[in-house]
Structures are given as structure tokens and as C-alpha cells.
Design a protein around this ligand. Structure first.
Ligand SMILES: [Zn+2]
Length: 146
């Protein structure tokens, strides 16, 4: 009787402990921090590499690491930091596709501006309103009816 009770309690405890580990309710979508843009992620990874480099220096000063291992690790950290820096700069510069789109938008804006009729231009301030309006978009003075 007592042994049976112990067994039941042990079994219930096992289920209680194992349930979260075996549960498949998670749909695989891990919740990311809000600030996990690609740029922020690269910066975070670079900071981790800097921390590792600092720790490596401490370990060397404490003579916990051999000179050969130190040089190898230092070189790999430096290479990783350089790679992350280059990736950050590339991200800031934008991809060739982004530049193409920006150029197309600029060209189209120039065409629209060139095609805008001059009668939308304000006689007071000279601002060329892009669409027919009653009042100037720049100074607010009334425009003659088109
Ligand atoms: Zn005006």
C-alpha cells in the first residue's frame, strides 16, 4: 500500500517535470527582442567578440592560456570582428538593388517636376506647386484659379 503510494507520487512528479520538456505546443516561433534589426544583431555580435577578446587578454595575463592558443584565438576573434564590421558597413551602404530603386525614384521625381505646369507656380514666393491647389504649399498665399 505505502509502496504503491510512493510509486504513484513519483510517477506524477516525473510527468510534472517532463511535461514542459516534451510539450510540442510551441510552434517554433521564438520570440525575438524588439530591437533585433539586422544592424542591431551585427552590433550585438561584434560586442560579444570584443568581450571575448578582452577575456582572452585577461586569461593571457593570468597565464591561463598558452601563447600558441592565445595567438590562434586572437587571430580568429580579429577576423570575426573585421568580418562583422564589414557586414555592418555593407548594410549601411545598402544593396545594389536599393541603389537602383533610389535612382529610379529620383529619375521619376525629376520627370514629374519637369512636367509640372508653370501655372501652379506661386507668384509670391516662386514655389512650383506640383498639383493644382488653391493656396501655395510653401507660403500659403492664394493662387489664381487655373
Ligand atoms: Zn508661395
Amino acid at each position: 500500500m505505502f509502496l504503491g503510494l510512493v510509486f504513484v507520487i513519483a510517477a506524477a512528479l516525473c510527468v510534472f517535470v517532463a511535461y514542459p520538456l516534451l510539450s510540442t505546443q510551441d510552434d517554433g516561433k521564438a520570440v525575438l527582442p524588439v530591437d533585433m534589426t539586422p544592424a542591431a544583431d551585427l552590433k550585438r555580435r561584434r560586442m560579444v567578440v570584443y568581450d571575448n577578446m578582452r577575456d582572452l587578454e585577461f586569461e593571457r595575463q593570468a597565464k591561463k592560456i598558452g601563447e600558441t592558443d592565445y595567438q590562434a584565438l586572437r587571430e580568429s576573434y580579429r577576423a570575426e570582428a573585421a568580418r562583422l564590421m564589414a557586414a555592418s558597413q555593407e548594410l549601411e551602404r545598402g544593396s545594389a538593388e536599393d541603389r537602383f530603386i533610389e535612382n529610379q525614384v529620383a529619375a521619376r521625381r525629376a520627370r514629374v517636376k519637369a512636367a509640372a505646369p508653370a501655372n501652379y507656380a506661386c507668384k509670391k514666393c516662386g514655389f512650383n506647386n506640383p498639383v493644382p491647389v488653391k493656396y501655395c504649399g510653401n507660403c500659403g498665399s492664394p493662387l489664381p484659379k487655373a
